[in-house]
Each structure stands twice: as structure tokens, then as C-alpha cells.
Design a protein around this ligand. Structure first.
Ligand code: DC
Length: 215
């Protein structure tokens, strides 16, 4: 069984996907972490993220693996490093590179051959797993998503104002929605869940109900 969950940043989809996978007792795949790992490799190189050939070369040569809940880039655990603000911004630029996408889509499909999966990203229901058993597009208003992200950042010691977080999210949404290859959008057969007025627990319950109505 493949459960594909797509949606914008701050929609709660990562937390929901992780908890849903636990509840269903199947594996969880964070595809955003894979784009972030390539972004980190670009940041660590001397190349600009807009240099398509250089980014393609980097994407061709890196090794990305998951070990338990951690992601490794060329054998190094980069789980925390890929969450920095800089890597976050570069990730949405490298995610527009068609070679990067082709390479990661192959890797994601390969991971899915190992068994049931809850997979989360921007193109899981549209491009990577068009045959997924269940497709959800989890979203929320821009302000709600900005508030959630801002709260997380404040808890982590950030002093960035809410307005800045909101405009960064808007920029990222714009890049993800308007790129030529695999833009973020709900699959035509996806169930759209607006989480603006829902708790994480309510969202997980809703998804579980839709997947296993008998439970
Ligand atoms: O979900 P996230 O914030 O960790 O994703 C990081 C970036 O990668 C984001 O800008 C969108 C992009 N991404 C993508 O294009 N396709 C995916 N399947 C997952 C993430």
C-alpha cells in the first residue's frame, strides 16, 4: 500500500505523515529531506544553486541514504544540518532542476519496492506514485502555516518576525507551485484536507478513517 501525502510547507503534513505511518505500522518517507540533502551538497560546494549544470553534476555524484529516521549524505548523517534556513531556501531552487527530480523520483520509487509506505512531498500523488492507493493534499492558509512555522522557530531560539517567516513561505510556495517540472498541486484524485482549524491528532484520525473506514 502506498499513501501519498502532498502539500505546502507548514501544512503539518510531515508530522501527520510520520504519525500516520506509525499508526498504520508501515514505513515513512520524507522526500523533502532528499531535496534538502542535495541542497546541502550544493551549499558545501563552491557552486551557485542556479548553475543548472553544476547542480546536475552534484546530484549525479552524491549518495543519499536513510538509516532508521536519519538521512545520510555521502555517508555523513546530515539530519540536523539540512534544516538550516540557508539549506531550506536552496532546496526549493534545486528542486526545480529536472535532473535532480529524475534522480530522486527513481530513488523514491526504488524505496517503495521494499514494501508499504506513507510518503510525503510535493509530487508524490501526481508524478512519483500516480497509482498510490490513497492520495491526500494537506494544506492550510498562509497565515496559519506561517504562525506554525514561526512558533517552531521561536522555540528553537529564532527572533525572526512572523511577517518575515510569512514572506519566506510565500516565496517558497511560489517557486514550488510555478516550476516547470512536477509543480506542487493536488492530484486530480487527491482528497484535500485543510488543517487550518484542525489539531494534528484530528488530521491523523481523519486520514486513518479514510484509509481504514472500518477501524
Ligand atoms: O517539505 P520540505 O520543506 O522539507 O521540502 C524542501 C523543498 O523540496 C521544498 O522547497 C519543496 C521541495 N520538494 C519537492 O519539490 N518535491 C518533493 N517531493 C519534496 C520536496
Amino acid at each position: 500500500m502506498i499513501v501519498a501525502i502532498d502539500g505546502p510547507a507548514g501544512s503539518g503534513k510531515s508530522t501527520v505523515a510520520r504519525l500516520l505511518a506509525e499508526r498504520l505500522q508501515i514505513r515513512y518517507l520524507d522526500t523533502g529531506a532528499m531535496y534538502r540533502a542535495i541542497a546541502l551538497a550544493v551549499v558545501q560546494s563552491s557552486f551557485d544553486e542556479n548553475d543548472v549544470d553544476a547542480v546536475t553534476g552534484i546530484a549525479q555524484s552524491v549518495r543519499i541514504e536513510f538509516r532508521k529516521d536519519d538521512i545520510y549524505l555521502n555517508g555523513t548523517n546530515v539530519t540536523n544540518e539540512i534544516r538550516s534556513a540557508n539549506v531550506t531556501a536552496v532546496a526549493s531552487v534545486v528542486a526545480a532542476n529536472p535532473y535532480v527530480r529524475t534522480r530522486l523520483v527513481e530513488l523514491q520509487q526504488q524505496i517503495a519496492t521494499l514494501g508499504d509506505l506513507v510518503t510525503e512531498g510535493r509530487d508524490q500523488g501526481t508524478v512519483v506514485f500516480p497509482q498510490a492507493d490513497h492520495k491526500f493534499f494537506v494544506t492550510a492558509s498562509l497565515l496559519t502555516r506561517a504562525r506554525r512555522r514561526h512558533q517552531e522557530m521561536v522555540a528553537g531560539g529564532s527572533t525572526l518576525p512572523l511577517q518575515t517567516v510569512k514572506s519566506q513561505l510565500r516565496q517558497r510556495d511560489h517557486r514550488d507551485e510555478n516550476r516547470e517540472y512536477a509543480p506542487m498541486k493536488p492530484a486530480s484524485d487527491a482528497q484535500v484536507i485543510d488543517t487550518s482549524d484542525m489539531s494534528i491528532g484530528e488530521v491523523v484520525n481523519t486520514l486513518t478513517q479514510r484509509i481504514r473506514p472500518e477501524s
